[in-house]
Ligand binder design. Structure first.
Ligand code: HEM
Ligand SMILES: CC(C)=CCC/C(C)=C/CC/C(C)=C/COP(=O)(O)OP(=O)(O)O
Length: 302
């Protein structure tokens, strides 16, 4: 086979793979994956012995598609400001690898497909929650980023909704346990994001995003919000131990309290030092906290 034949036969498939990987990058796959992990855990906890696997798979597909659509729409909206931040300048839209029309079409198709799955294969409540989360994230949170540091609280509500979707997908009525799961996910986002907001504070300022670390460059308010979120998270995360449906409460209480205390300790360290190392530690710990906490909740419940 001649060199030219190899090039012409390989190039289209390489181009296709590159295009698909750009499309995947638009969906913020790691955030979607963690959202799906927490939604699956919530479904297992809502219906420990009666979980319908088919409904769970449809719920995950629908939630994943709607969340992916929201991230694509968010990146389309922020295509100009993303070009001003080193962290985001190489994203497919600012780098010009994907056009605006492609992104809009992809966001629309994933939104419609996800909503159709949730409406017809899961239930209406879960579908409405998905739509509410999409609207909050895209229509309220995204434009609010350049206007008010309150944006993080709105983003945290959008980010906490998928865990409730996992619960409602099973048809189980929302009770104290469900609200405690949603509360943990909501509160968790403050240490998670305040660490990020500190690490990338110069990026955010350059892009015109009014994050707390831009409004207050001393980092005192970001530190305080991280500490407050982590502190309130501890009692909220203990609620499943006192609700009768859970299994061995002592093991869960000990584990959950320990994890929460570590997150609080790292938040306090971040609030005191407000440096890159303590922020990166806190960010990493936040990403370990969620799966570690949910794993134990599942172990003692199932
Ligand atoms: C106010 C809400 C949130 C904001 C503003 C936020 C923002 C961010 C940002 C900017 C990063 C990138 C950090 C970097 O590049 O170093 C990140 C990372 C991450 N976030 Fe969040 N996040 C929020 C909520 C959530 C939620 C609800 C989840 C899932 C349950 C989540 C999961 C992740 C994961 C898995 C990563 C690491 C992987 C990656 O960098 O893509 N985040 N977050
Ligand atoms: C079902 C459904 C619609 C779920 C939505 C879940 C979801 C996408 C949550 C995202 C939470 C969030 C505020 C992320 C940061 O976005 P950012 O714009 O601050 O991040 P960036 O600066 O990296 O773009």
């Amino acid at each position: 086979m001649s060199t030219s034949t190899i090039i012409t036969s390989e190039s289209p498939s390489r181009a296709l793979v590159a295009k698909l990987s750009d499309y995947l990058e638009l969906t913020k796959p790691r955030i979607v994956l963690l959202e799906l992990i927490v939604a699956s855990a919530a479904a297992c906890l809502a219906a420990p012995h009666t979980l319908d696997m088919q409904v769970l798979l449809f719920a995950l597909a629908g939630t994943g598609l709607v969340a992916a659509s929201a991230s694509i729409a968010n990146q389309w909206w922020e295509r100009s400001s993303d070009a001003h931040m080193p962290r985001t300048e190489d994203r497919p839209l600012p780098a010009g690898r994907v056009s605006s029309a492609e992104a809009i079409l992809l966001s629309l198709v994933t939104l419609l497909a996800g909503m159709a799955i949730l409406v017809w294969r899961v239930n209406m409540l879960t579908a409405l929650l998905g739509l509410a989360s999409w609207m909050l994230y895209v229509v309220i949170y995204t434009p609010l980023k350049t206007r008010s540091s309150f944006n993080t609280t709105v983003g945290a509500v959008a980010g906490a909704i998928p865990i409730i979707m996992g619960w409602t997908a099973t048809g189980t009525p929302l009770g104290l346990n469900a609200w405690s799961l949603a509360g943990v996910l909501f509160l968790w986002q403050f240490p998670h994001f305040m660490a990020i907001a500190w690490i990338y504070r110069h990026d955010y300022a350059a892009a015109g995003h009014r994050m707390l670390t831009v409004v207050d460059p001393s980092g005192m308010r970001a530190g305080a919000q991280a500490v407050l979120g982590a502190a309130v998270l501890i009692p909220v995360s203990l609620i499943p131990a006192v609700v009768p449906t859970s299994g061995s409460p002592l093991l869960y209480l000990t584990w959950s309290f320990t994890l929460g205390t570590i997150l609080l300790g790292l938040s306090i360290r971040f609030a005191i030092f407000r440096d890159e190392i303590s922020a990166r530690f806190l960010l990493r710990a936040s990403l370990i906290y969620l799966p570690a906490w949910l794993a134990m909740l599942l172990v003692v419940t199932l």
